[in-house]
Ligand binder design. Structure first.
Ligand SMILES: Cc1cc2nc3c(=O)[nH]c(=O)nc-3n(C[C@H](O)[C@H](O)[C@H](O)COP(=O)(O)OP(=O)(O)OC[C@H]3O[C@@H](n4cnc5c(N)ncnc54)[C@H](O)[C@@H]3O)c2cc1C
Length: 385
């Protein structure tokens, strides 16, 4: 059996996503980045094709499919060459809504998940705070019960879709210190006391809006609690598996795109009367990158397989896939930019644009250091060290 075991259904789904990307994203990518925003109507367009809830229960408008379809979706979206816009879409369909799907009440799902799947309401995930993002158990934004409401006080930073969101799936402290005091609450952004601070200026992903959010005694009904009080940390930790796999897939896709383009460039480009592709130093460097990218893809597929099977070691597989891909893309993109000579520094070349933001892949959805902590923590403890 070929691994992964792609079927005709997978191929048909890939074709549909590819057509969407070719029509809606790729022709606009450079303009959206220059303008610093992608249009909100991309959400309902993606929703109409069923791309914003492919793994969710059909009862809520989802596709009822497995993670392999997410792998295909992400792989193709990334080929649109506007990663900022892809991040916005994936926050919508993965990061901010998967916990509502998994743990929310039916009432919460009807009110927030269903319109999010249709792309009619835009979602953000609010976990990171100015005091830190890696240590989720230490968040400070509080939600205190007053009558039928929670009253939320605090702030969040680096929140994707933060400017345009209609609601934020928000990590808050409802109990004492540590992981057991963390809960998740849906916070509508038209609630009194909610405000968007600065729209943060990033060195890359310009079309996505990344913002500071402030909560100044924001009242939300208690029924907006996601799942049980005090279980938010566990919900986030579980959802991070999917998020990290999405990131690893996106990285591999960008790497494949950049590498393919570079290989073609090296064949065409000549120096000292011969093609650069004939020079051993570049042949070997490209051979190494081709090998490492294939290893990264297979590691990501293994993690997807483990996640679909809910294998006990899935968390480690996913962390390894994210770690490996995030480390690979730094070398790959910088080597490919170098192979382009001066063109590798020109805005019009995709490889140059990728090089600008390459460090960010090791930060989002858990840094590479946190990935190493998870891998070592699980495996070395298991080995009794
Ligand atoms: C473009 C972008 C979009 C984002 N979107 C969102 C979003 O939508 N929602 C959201 O909630 N967050 C979002 N984030 C935030 C992101 O998740 C955090 O930046 C990330 O989790 C790291 O947190 P931090 O920046 O506070 O770094 P810190 O946690 O302060 O870490 C600083 C450094 O210390 C290292 N470190 C921390 N703990 C350890 C340890 N135990 N061992 C070794 N090293 C350690 C880290 O690896 C890092 O190198 C986004 C960030 C970016 C850049």
């Amino acid at each position: 059996m070929a691994f992964p075991d792609w079927t005709e259904e997978h191929a048909a789904f890939r074709d549909a996503v590819r057509r969407f990307v070719a029509k809606e994203i790729r022709p606009n990518a450079e303009r959206w980045q220059a303008e610093g925003y992608f249009p909100d109507d991309l959400f309902p367009k993606a929703g109409a094709l069923g791309l914003l809830g492919i793994r969710f229960d059909p009862k809520w408008g989802g596709g009822g499919l497995d993670f392999w379809y997410t792998v295909i979706l992400v792989d193709e979206l990334a080929k649109g060459r506007d990663i900022g816009c892809v991040v916005g879409l994936l926050v919508q369909c993965e990061m901010a809504t998967s916990v509502i799907h998994a743990h929310g009440t039916d009432e919460l799902r009807s009110e927030w998940l269903v319109p999010a799947i249709r792309g009619e309401r835009i979602a953000a995930l609010g976990v990171t705070e100015p005091s830190g993002g890696s240590d989720v158990a230490a968040i400070r934004t509080s939600a205190k019960v007053e009558g039928d409401d929670y009253v939320i006080r605090g702030s969040k930073i680096f929140i994707s879709n933060g400017v345009r969101a209609d609601f934020v799936t928000l990590a808050v402290r409802t109990g004492g210190p540590g992981a057991d005091g963390v809960s998740l609450i849906v916070c509508p952004t038209d609630a009194k006391g909610f405000s968007v601070g600065r729209r943060l200026k990033k060195v890359d992903l310009h079309s996505s809006d990344t913002a500071e959010l402030f909560f100044d005694d924001v009242r939300v009904p208690r029924r907006y609690l996601v799942g049980e009080e005090g279980r938010g940390f566990r919900y986030i930790a579980r959802a991070f598996q999917g998020e990290r796999l999405v990131l690893a897939t996106m990285i591999n896709s960008v790497c494949r795109d950049v590498l393919d383009e570079t290989l073609a460039y090296l064949v065409e480009r000549k120096a000292f009367g011969r093609s650069i592709a004939s020079m051993q130093v570049w042949r070997h460097r490209m051979a190494d990158l081709m090998t490492e990218l294939e290893a990264s893809e297979l590691l990501t597929y293994k993690a997807a397989d483990d996640l679909c099977a809910q294998a006990p070691g899935a968390e480690v597989s996913v962390s390894m896939a994210k770690l490996y891909a995030a480390e690979l893309i730094r070398r790959l993109v910088l080597d490919c930019a170098q192979a382009h000579g001066g063109y590798g520094f020109m805005e019009e070349y995709y490889v140059a644009r990728c090089a600008r933001g390459v460090q960010n892949w090791g930060v989002g959805a858990g840094t590479t250091e946190i990935m190493r902590e998870i891998i070592a923590g699980r495996r070395m403890t298991a080995a009794g060290t």
